[in-house]
Design a protein around this ligand. Structure first.
Ligand code: PMP
Length: 307
């Protein structure tokens, strides 16, 4: 259960949590067209709160809106300010932020181009996404029987609501089979990503992650980790990975705003490396936490401090 906070930003207004309701004929509820984001604000070691890579998340939100014809009536600057406002007005020092742009009620039927496009932003407290011990002990994963959308079927650059039925089916399948998370391949068998995370493996000291030409989301955390790895002198290759390489990796981990940097200790009942967090994963996880909430201010462009 999500713990209530006081206010939700809906269409330019702060409204009480219990009043932030939508009509049952909300078009997106029926057909899934719309865009969303997941963003975290952290309390840093100096006590100040900063939203991590807000600009990049809102850019991706607007890219999604362009791809699926749901441009909001608010500008990028207005949405960014509203994200800060919602954290501040709820008196939160840490938050998960969920901006969402959806097609409101009006006409029904798949084609409803004149329905209003509505925007909302909710903030809530969200701890470790994949469970209490996930960040330290790593998680058990399963290759999904579901494929990631073929490029003719979906829009990988879009964080579009409707595409998440694919993620939900994969996640449920994995959890019901006793695993923590799913890994999805594409229809030709290339490793793509988790249900809500990008994936990396380490082999012989080199980091590998699937390229953006495959059916994967262009993760903000993925980009952060590639940057930090290069700064650490760890070579990074964005290239296709097949299932065998995953099983034989020295280390593997997921990245995501919610999942942060989560080690993968097992894939399909095969231990990855020594079956626990590996040294390169540990180093990058530490660098990540230093960047998002520690004392690493080397990338001021990544931080939006609450005023
Ligand atoms: N892939 C999918 C399918 C996701 O839902 C997410 C979470 N947004 C990611 C990857 C990771 O993206 P990010 O690092 O921007 O949160």
């Amino acid at each position: 259960m999500v713990d209530k906070v006081k206010k939700i930003w809906l269409e330019g207004e702060l409204v009480d949590w219990d009043e932030a309701r939508v009509h049952v004929l909300t078009h997106s509820l029926h057909y899934g067209l719309g865009a969303f984001e997941g963003i975290r604000a952290y309390r840093r070691s100096d006590g100040r709160t900063a939203i991590f890579r807000l600009r990049e998340h809102i850019d991706r939100l607007l890219d999604t809106c362009k791809l699926v014809f749901t441009m909001p009536r608010f500008t990028r600057a207005q949405i960014m300010d509203a994200c800060s406002l919602v954290v501040r007005e709820n008196g939160m020092d840490e938050a998960y932020l969920r901006p969402l742009v959806y097609v409101g009620d009006g006409a029904m039927g798949v084609y409803a181009p004149d329905n209003p496009i509505r925007t909302m932003i909710v903030a809530w407290r969200w701890g470790t996404y994949l469970g209490k011990d996930a960040l330290e002990q790593g998680i058990r994963t399963k290759i999904s029987s579901w494929s990631r959308h073929h490029l003719h079927v979906g829009l990988p650059r879009a964080k579009m609501m409707g595409q998440y039925t694919n993620s939900t089916l994969a996640k449920r399948e994995a959890r019901m089979a006793g695993y923590d998370e799913a890994i999805l391949l594409d229809t030709s068998g290339q490793v793509c990503e988790g249900s809500g995370e990008n994936i990396f493996i380490v082999k012989n000291g080199r980091l590998y992650t699937p390229p953006l030409s495959l059916s994967i989301l262009a993760g903000v955390t993925r980009d952060t980790i590639i940057t930090l790895a290069r700064e650490e002198g760890i070579p990074v290759s964005e290239e296709s990975i097949i299932r065998d390489q995953l099983y034989l990796a020295d280390e593997a981990f997921f990245t995501g705003t919610a999942a942060e940097v989560t080690p993968i200790r097992e894939v399909d009942n095969r231990a990855i490396g020594e079956g626990k967090i590996g040294p390169i994963t540990k180093r990058l996880q530490q660098r990540y936490f230093d960047a998002v909430k520690g004392s690493d201010d080397a990338h001021p462009e990544w931080l939006t401090f609450l005023r």
